[in-house]
Ligand binder design. Structure first.
Ligand SMILES: Nc1nc2c(ncn2[C@@H]2O[C@H](COP(=O)(O)OP(=O)(O)OP(=O)(O)O)[C@@H](O)[C@H]2O)c(=O)[nH]1
Ligand SMILES: [Mg+2]
Length: 427
């Protein structure tokens, strides 16, 4: 089975909580704070591996969860660092963030490794909170939550040149004629249901990767026929080889076929028509092909390079293959990621832009504090302890939350909510 699109939930491990402990030693009358830090939570990485060709493994692995870090311990012992998880993906996999729809990683090279969800930092133990003023700190941080993200993985075939065109025009026959691949060939439509790949060895020693793609029909960009899933694969081809049944053996006019397919490619969002296109006029051995070829050349010869061939008779290939190899030298790879949007670290950059907190009035005497930074601070603070509570409130003051509440019109006695925590506002 060829799986080329899956949704996966990824959860990095939470950092371990810091520990509150004090040294008790026989000859030391006042033991100092000795609570260790929590260990870091496990992160989730993906790494591209050659030899893998489908995302089938993910069909049964819809959730990837890394371990939490160990809790800090007494005697200044830090909690255990959790192991990271490294998942292998095929080259050509892209990872999209389901919320924003953006590409967060694009695996092009063997061994390329990207961080997908970062494990939480361990909370600091009370030993870290000792100051000259407070030598018996009764506060420790909870571990930072691990990142959680829903992603879609898509596998795109990476090929130098891709054969596109209506069903049954001879795309698979071409692949079988010039490479060692053995795709299924038949005279019914949609014989090819998933891409086939082969390596073409040109007579002068050069080589390139050729992809035989499933047939397209009118309306493909709206999902008709095998539709979008296959237009997606075309994105990764540097050169498009537009195959026509120039004999019109199925009763269609090849000139019309050409327009319909170009229109589909044009309407698909990935600017497919911007890459070089070579026209292959196939089935030249059939009656009527010469007249059609002449009509086609009359209309298009200034715009497109056209190669008449017969895939069945294996004739006409040499010039075509040299031409493709030459064109590939001049054609850059099309990147799927906008230059402005770097793949690595993108998620974190994005989070950095969010404000530390926002305050909303939720009722006449009620306010709510929201925001990633303040929520994280709250989750990391052990407020059941007096000193922890003080730490939270003093940090909130430092962040400007008290002032912001006042500016929003908070009065003494109003209720303020922060996640599941509520407190009464006093100026
Ligand atoms: N006469 C003739 N028939 C050909 C030629 N090339 C392919 N065919 C025939 O056309 C039919 C379709 O060929 P395929 O290679 O399966 O076509 P395809 O474009 O891969 O079709 P789909 O996979 O359905 O999109 C088969 O019966 C082939 O034998 C050719 O040059 N001349
Ligand atoms: Mg085919």
């Amino acid at each position: 089975m060829f799986i080329d699109k899956v949704k996966v939930r990824i959860k990095a491990g939470k950092g371990g909580d810091g520990m509150i402990a004090f040294r008790r030693e026989k000859y030391v009358d006042k033991g100092g704070p000795s609570g260790g830090d929590g260990g870091r939570g496990g992160s989730v990485y993906f790494t591209a591996k050659s030899g893998l060709t489908t995302l089938l493994d993910f069909k049964y692995k819809r959730k990837i969860i890394a371990e939490d870090g160990g809790k800090g311990m007494g005697k200044n012992c830090n909690g255990k660092y959790a192991n990271d998880i490294i998942i292998n993906v095929p080259i050509g996999t892209i990872v999209l963030d389901d919320v924003s729809g953006r590409i967060i990683a694009d695996f092009k090279n063997n061994g390329q490794t990207e961080l997908i969800a970062k494990g939480g930092r361990g909370g600091r133990g009370n030993a870290k909170f000792a100051t000259s003023v407070n030598q018996v700190p009764r506060i420790a941080e909870n571990g930072e939550p691990g990142e959680e993200i829903d992603v879609t993985l898509e596998l795109k075939i990476l090929a130098d040149a891709g054969l596109v065109g209506f069903p049954s025009v001879g795309k698979s026959t071409i692949l079988a004629s010039v490479t060692a691949a053995k795709p299924e060939i038949a005279d019914y439509h949609f014989t090819t249901l998933s891409p086939n790949i082969g390596v073409v060895k040109v007579k002068d020693g050069r080589s390139f990767v050729l992809a035989d793609l499933p047939g397209l029909i009118e309306g493909a960009h709206n999902g008709k026929g095998l539709g979008l899933s296959f237009l997606r694969h075309i994105e990764r081809c540097r050169i498009l080889l537009h195959v026509l049944d120039i004999s019109g053996s199925e009763g269609r006019d090849p000139l019309k076929d050409f327009e319909i397919i170009n229109n589909e490619l044009e309407n698909y969002k990935m600017r497919l028509m911007e890459r070089p296109m070579v026209v292959i006029a196939n089935k030249m051995d059939q009656d009527g092909s010469q007249e059609n070829l002449e009509r086609f050349l009359k209309k298009y010869k200034d715009k497109y390079k056209v190669f008449p061939i017969s895939a069945l008779k294996k004739s006409g290939f040499d010039d075509l293959l040299y031409y493709i190899a030459d064109t590939l030298i001049e054609t850059p790879e099309f990147s799927l990621i906008d230059v402005k949007e770097k793949s690595r670290g993108y998620i974190y950059e994005y989070k950095g832009d969010t404000p530390g907190f926002v305050i909303e009035r939720t009722g006449q005497n009620q306010f709510e504090i929201k925001g990633e930074r303040i929520e994280k601070l709250y989750k990391m603070t052990n407020i059941s302890d007096d000193q922890g509570f003080m730490y939270l409130t003093s940090t909130m003051r430092k962040m400007g939350i008290e002032k912001a509440l006042k500016d929003k019109g908070a009065k003494d006695g109003d209720t303020v909510n922060l996640l599941d925590f509520s407190f009464t506002y006093y100026e």
